[in-house]
Design a protein around this ligand. Structure first.
Ligand code: 5GP
Length: 180
């Protein structure tokens, strides 16, 4: 980890404790039932891997989707392009969408509406990080790891130009890195 470029916001230990709490809550809410956990690639892959291994007493099916939003990298337009669709059908299933971070909310609103249109019985959202100050709609995650101020964060699956995903802490990227 290059500590000139990043500042630690949540340590590996803090993250593990919070993920375990989220998993406990999800295990209670879906106890004994079936649940399709849908990870949004690439950012959610580490969070999802940790989360599903802590969920107990729920019959899980796992799938992934990869999406990209049209628009510039810093300003999403709300239109979402599906780069990789799920392999399974969501019809008649309870779905939990797992995402790394919710910012404007445009991506998750698109995905939620799409899954409901395809016949999902229920769609809940689990985001590790939430930046509510930037929201452009009324989407609120059902499960949130941490609510954070408007910083650009990396690590724990989150990237800047495909770097830093492997950092085990959630870090604030120093602005000089992306302003240079
Ligand atoms: P939105 O909620 O604006 O539609 O988009 C969420 C997506 O924007 C996330 O999945 C992530 O790819 C990207 N994003 C938003 N804020 C950040 C951030 O602070 N760091 C990183 N690495 N990606 C972010």
């Amino acid at each position: 980890m290059n500590l000139n470029e990043v500042e630690i916001l949540y340590t590996k230990e803090q993250i593990a404790a919070r993920v375990a709490e989220l998993a406990r809550q999800i295990s209670e809410d879906y106890a004994g039932g079936d649940l399709l956990v849908l990870g949004i690639l690439k950012g959610a892959f580490i969070f999802m891997a940790d989360l599903v291994r802590e969920i107990e007493g729920v019959n899980l099916q796992l799938d992934f989707m990869s999406v990209s939003s049209y628009g510039t990298s810093s300003e999403s337009s709300g239109e979402v392009r599906i780069l990789k669709d799920l392999d399974s059908s969501v019809e008649g299933k309870h779905v939990l969408v797992v995402e790394d971070i919710i910012d404007t909310g445009l991506t998750l609103r698109y995905i939620r509406d799409l899954l409901l249109k395809r016949g999902a019985l229920s769609v809940k959202l689990c985001c590790f990080l939430d930046k509510p100050s930037r929201r452009k709609n009324s989407i609120t995650p059902d499960y949130t790891g941490y609510t954070i101020p408007d910083h650009f964060v990396v690590g724990y699956g989150l990237d800047y130009a495909e770097r830093y995903r492997d950092y085990s802490a959630v870090c604030i990227l120093q602005p000089w890195v992306y302003e240079k």
